[in-house]
Design a protein around this ligand. Structure first.
Ligand code: ZN
Ligand code: ZN
Length: 266
């Protein structure tokens, strides 16, 4: 799920001004908008966290850039078409009227092309979600994205957690009672299809690799470092690793956050 990576206040100002002037989403020049969203999200899909490139999505086969697997699209968290939404949704957009909602920056997320595998026919993310409104069961990732502080420290928070088997579950920090959790889980499973076998498996593999790497490093360094417990050493090594991964804008960042949260608990 979308984790804010970097905020460029100058660029944001420009984008907001451009959106204010526009009357229809279709008329917008999306290049700058796309660039801004990608920078902000560390070039990861807002839902599945796979890496996405900066090429415009095209429905015509062959026009999508082949050098990077996932092309990106701009997704509206609240659907653009009011046929699919309720009064409650209109209120939740926080911009007053339906006409303004497609042009609200807070409603926009950069997402992948929705194919779980290249050339495959199983879909996830916004492609699977289509025009469904999920705001009564899930939270707008944009609203819960905490911007980096002035010293560029990115808060390590995500609306989701990754279990040891790679399954994505709602983060109890945000979905606080059982009913909320259940509804959010259904959105993850059914609406966004984020627990498809392949996606679950790539998360599980990354987690296994993380744990293995960490064990090996602790093993090597523990012999040399006295006066520091293995668990402290493990946490220190993890913090170094995650700082690097964030810099490189790695895919599946929630896997790292979930592993880090597990370390903090122990
Ligand atoms: Zn995606
Ligand atoms: Zn909505």
């Amino acid at each position: 799920m979308f984790v804010v990576r970097r905020e460029d206040p100058q660029m944001k100002k420009k984008i907001v001004a451009q959106l204010k002037q526009a009357t229809r989403y279709e008329d917008l020049n999306k290049d700058q908008l796309r660039e801004y969203l990608l920078l902000r999200q560390g070039s990861r899909c807002a839902y599945c966290e796979q890496k996405i490139n900066n090429k415009q999505h095209s429905k015509k086969a062959g026009r999508v850039n082949r050098s990077s697997r996932q092309a990106n699209k701009i997704e509206h968290f609240h659907p653009q078409s009011q046929d699919y939404s309720s009064d409650k949704c209109e209120k939740a957009t926080g911009v007053g009227t339906w006409e303004q909602s497609p042009l609200a920056l807070e409603n926009m997320l950069a997402v992948c092309d929705g194919r779980i595998q290249e050339g495959g026919t199983e879909y996830c993310c916004d492609t699977k979600k289509a025009s469904k409104d999920i705001c009564s069961d899930f939270l707008n990732p944009n609203r819960f994205a905490v911007a980096p502080s002035s010293d560029q420290v990115v808060p390590r928070r995500s609306l989701v957690r990754v279990k040891r088997d790679g399954k994505l579950v709602p983060n109890k920090l945000y979905f606080t009672d059982e009913e909320q959790e259940e509804r959010a889980q259904r959105v993850l499973d059914e609406v966004l299809n984020l627990n498809s076998t392949q996606l679950k498996d790539s998360r599980r593999k990354l987690l296994v690799a993380l744990v293995k790497q960490s064990n090996e490093k602790v093993q090597r360094q523990a012999a040399r470092k006295h006066g520091i417990s293995r668990q402290e050493l493990r946490k220190k090594l993890f913090n170094d690793a995650i700082a690097r991964e964030e810099e490189e804008s790695s895919a599946l960042i929630s896997v790292y956050y979930s592993y880090g949260a597990e370390l903090d608990k122990s």
